[in-house]
Design a protein around this ligand. Structure first.
Ligand code: NAD
Length: 794
């Protein structure tokens, strides 16, 4: 198998600079090249800094952009910049050369001609083109170039969007395709989707169709911009930015370009007319209302009566106006429900204009995708994969159709004048009622040529808990499910809203450990396939008990949480967590106490309790004190180290990637690891359990040797807190919380540095937590987060 150590990225624009950052993210050496500025003065023509000014400025702009393209600022040092005239020769040292320059066939071809002069034979060479046919890009190139060339299409932003379309030409070697499928999944953390060399490939073809279909329906049904965004966003499992907000972010010009391209190059597309851009969109383009890049598009920011407001475009008058959202009965009913599947079914049965709009839209998309197989892909699942990974849809169109019922929807579609591809009817006639089915935890898709179900490839080694729903779980309550994930390993899946941790989740964890210990299971994984590992402890319960002043119950609940967290470490079986996405408060405390974490690179983890007016009370403060003690070297380092760790909790610092979490003391290099592909995190955690078990795991011994600094530490921290308060960087309540935190981290009011036990610190942390719950300002903070989702500074 090939190995990739060094990559050249040609072009440092929006995509090139960010692709370079993502390569740096995964530890590669990167050569990032762009043109020498065309307007260079004679006196600057030999100055390397001036010759590289374009690429350097582009890289700096990318690094400063939000959201950040880089896991950790220091990783940018892996990127070396240069220009095509002086540094193209260095591509001979690279294992992969990816082109991401301006979308023009002639310019790309000219660059490839130069690349041929320096590229080592056998080196991978690819293009990030969004739409230029791959077969045109290789015209005039050598056999070796053609053999190792294909399209590799990252989506913007490359760090965050998971889609990686692979587009072979007629000449691409099979080994190259297989390699990219493997490499994209394992190393780049992407969802590789094999495409054909058809206009706009898969995701943009279907994504822009969907948008164009909405433009068309808008004309027909006259719904407003905000009404359509309300209907086509999170309500139906699409991104929050829905349709028009997404158009503003992407840029109307880009969408028009793709739509025009499909219209021009797909004369036989039966739905070609849908890609004809409506007059109002063309007028917007003429007015340069392209979206965020020109300051206005379907939405526009304005100041009215001194207040910042967002106006929307009235598509009839092309004037901006205040948004007025229509209330639809079907939407109101659907919004009451958490489950996307149920919501979609409710909406499909609705009788109002919103339901009519969504049904018409769904039928157009279902019809369209049915005709795209085998034109753009031989396998239907690739269309779903592309839409999920590239456009952030929670479910793909075929999955959506399955949820609504293939046969009943087909009848309705025909009644509405649609004629989906004949294979759908044939599939039903053969007794196959859905596009997908799941058997024994494995997903199968309907394969049209063989008229039978085949395993969805590429996911064989993932553990997808949703596919286990048909099996009888080891244990289940309303908050979590304990699954048998094979080879003697259990997995506790949190199933609450935002995966918050309450009594049921704690019960599930304890049950899983009890069962594992009693029945000889090899270990336990804490993992789930939801977008976030856990938003923390269930705050609503804490708030309720605090308001009711049920101190005994609250004390019991916090102690139970602490005991459960301690069991994660001090049980006779290994427990490994697979954190990902938001892993906050209690979720972070749990992760810190496991024997190992196999964390997704995109893990946003932190102890954020001060935001709700308390300190970490589920073992987090104790664990920070313990780790601090283990890090103490010479005595003069104690106070600086204490201050640094104190600040992490006191400012509710959250890591913006798993790599950053090591720097702020939450992940530990001795036990925790990063898994770039989040889909692999649970199976990696299972492997880790087996590794620990096979190495002869024994129950660790509880610590009684934690060095805390007592008054010496308190003096330093209290002085810092006071100066922050005087400088008005901290409110009186911030100062109170900080002092309580300082007290726990220093082991209390001890006259000298002393060694204490974990339980001693747990008791201190619990006491501090409870006393803060008695503060009015803490309750106000909790209330604010629960009602508005926003932290309150009081
Ligand atoms: P961009 O305009 O931001 O950057 C283009 C780069 O090409 C610039 O760095 C520019 O200096 C360089 N360039 C210009 N003229 C050149 C020349 N004559 N020779 C060599 N280089 C030249 O473009 P982008 O958005 O980064 O797109 C780059 C590629 O990625 C295109 O093929 C595009 O279709 C594709 N793509 C873009 C997006 C996106 O959302 N922007 C998404 C996926 C794929």
């Amino acid at each position: 198998m090939r190995t990739i150590k060094k990559v050249a990225v040609l072009g440092s624009g929006v995509m090139g600079s960010r692709i370079a950052c993502h390569f740096a993210n995964i530890g590669l050496q990167v050569l990032l090249l762009d043109i020498v500025p065309m307007d260079l003065k004679e006196e600057d023509s030999k100055n390397p800094a001036k010759r590289n000014s374009l690429v350097n400025a582009a890289l700096q702009a990318a690094l400063k952009s939000n959201p950040s393209p880089i896991y950790k600022a220091s990783f940018a040092s892996r990127i070396k910049t240069g220009n095509f005239d002086d540094n193209l020769v260095e591509i001979k040292e690279c294992d992969w050369v990816i082109e991401a320059i301006v979308e023009r066939l002639d310019i790309k071809q000219q660059l490839f001609e130069k690349v041929e002069q320096y590229r080592k034979l056998g080196t991978l060479i690819t293009s990030n083109t969004s739409g230029i046919p791959i077969n045109m890009l290789i015209q005039g190139r050598s056999d070796d170039f053609k053999k190792y060339f294909c399209g590799t299409h990252f989506f913007n932003p490359p760090r965050y969007l998971r889609l990686f379309e692979i587009i072979p030409s007629a000449y691409t070697d099979k080994e190259v395709i297989q390699f990219f499928e493997y490499y994209a999944d394992k190393f780049l953390g992407k969802t590789p989707v094999l495409c054909k060399d058809t206009p706009a490939f898969i995701a943009n073809r279907v994504g822009v169709f969907s948008m164009a279909a909405i433009f068309k329906l808008q004309l027909e049904m006259g719904l407003s911009v905000s009404d359509i965004d309300g209907l086509t966003g999170t309500l139906i499992g699409k991104p929050k930015s829905a349709t028009f907000r997404t158009a503003d972010v992407v840029g109307l010009d880009t969408l028009i370009k793709v739509a025009k391209g499909v219209y021009e190059y797909c004369p036989n597309d039966l739905a070609r007319d849908t890609f004809r851009v409506p007059a109002y969109v063309l007028k917007m383009e003429e007015n340069k209302w392209l979206g965020d890049k020109t300051g206005q598009g379907f939405y526009k920011k304005a100041v009215i009566d001194g207040k910042k407001v967002i106006l929307e475009l009235d598509l009839n008058t092309l004037e901006y106006k205040a948004s007025e959202k229509t209330k639809f009965a079907s939407v109101g009913e659907a919004k009451m429900v958490d489950s996307l599947r149920t919501r979609l079914k409710i909406l499909a049965k609705g009788k109002d204009k919103a339901a009519e709009f969504l049904n018409k839209l769904n039928y157009s998309i279902f019809d369209y995708v049915s005709h795209r197989v085998p034109e753009i892909s031989d396998e239907l699942f690739r269309i779903d994969d592309a839409m999920k990974a590239g456009f952030g849809w929670d479910i793909g169109p075929f999955e959506h159709w399955d949820i609504l019922g293939v046969e009943s929807v087909l009848t309705l579609m025909k009644e509405g004048g649609h004629q989906p591809a004949a294979w759908v009817e044939e599939m039903l006639t053969l007794g196959n009622t859905s596009f997908y089915k799941i058997e024994h935890g494995i997903q199968y898709y309907y394969d049209i040529p063989s008229k039978s179900y085949k395993v969805v490839s590429g996911k064989e080694s993932f553990i997808i808990l949703d596919y286990k729903r048909g099996e009888t779980p080891i244990f289940k309550n309303t908050g979590c499910t304990v699954h048998d994930i094979g080879d003697g390993v259990l997995c506790v899946e949190f199933r609450t809203k935002m995966n918050t941790i309450g009594g049921e989740v704690l019960e599930g964890i304890n049950k899983a450990i009890d069962i594992a210990e009693a029945e000889g299971w090899k270990g336990v994984v804490l993992g789930n396939n939801a977008p976030n590992f856990s938003a923390g402890a269930n705050l609503a319960i804490v708030l309720m008990q605090a308001i009711e002043q049920e101190w005994d119950e609250l004390n019991f609940a916090v102690r139970h949480f602490q005991n459960t967290v301690m069991r994660l470490r001090y049980s006779s079986i290994p427990v490994v967590a697979a954190p990902h996405g938001l892993t906050l408060g209690g979720g972070c405390e749990m992760s810190m106490h496991t024997d190992a974490c196999m964390a997704a690179a995109e893990t946003y983890i932190g102890l954020v309790e001060v935001g709700v007016g308390v300190i970490p009370g589920g073992g987090g403060s104790k664990e920070f004190a313990l780790r601090l003690s283990d890090s103490f070297g010479a005595e003069d380092t104690w106070i600086p180290k204490l201050s640094e760790r104190f600040t992490t909790i006191a400012t509710a610092k959250t890591a913006t990637s798993a790599y950053e979490a090591f720097d702020i003391g939450i992940f530990d290099h001795n036990k925790d690891f990063v898994v770039v592909n989040p889909d692999r995190a649970i199976s990696a955690a299972k492997e880790k359990v087996l590794e620990l078990y096979n190495a002869g795991y024994t129950k660790p011994v509880m610590r009684e040797d934690i060095l805390v600094l007592g008054r010496t530490g308190l003096a330093a921290l209290y002085a810092g807190i006071a100066s922050f308060q005087v400088g008005r960087y901290a409110s009186a309540h911030d100062a109170l919380i900080s002092k309580k935190l300082a007290y726990v981290l220093c082991g209390g009011d001890l006259s000298e540095p002393t060694r204490v036990s974990e339980q001693y610190l747990l008791d201190l942390e619990r006491e501090a937590f409870l006393s803060l719950c008695g503060e009015k300002k803490t309750l106000e903070r909790m209330q604010s987060v629960l009602t508005s989702g926003k932290p309150l500074r009081n």
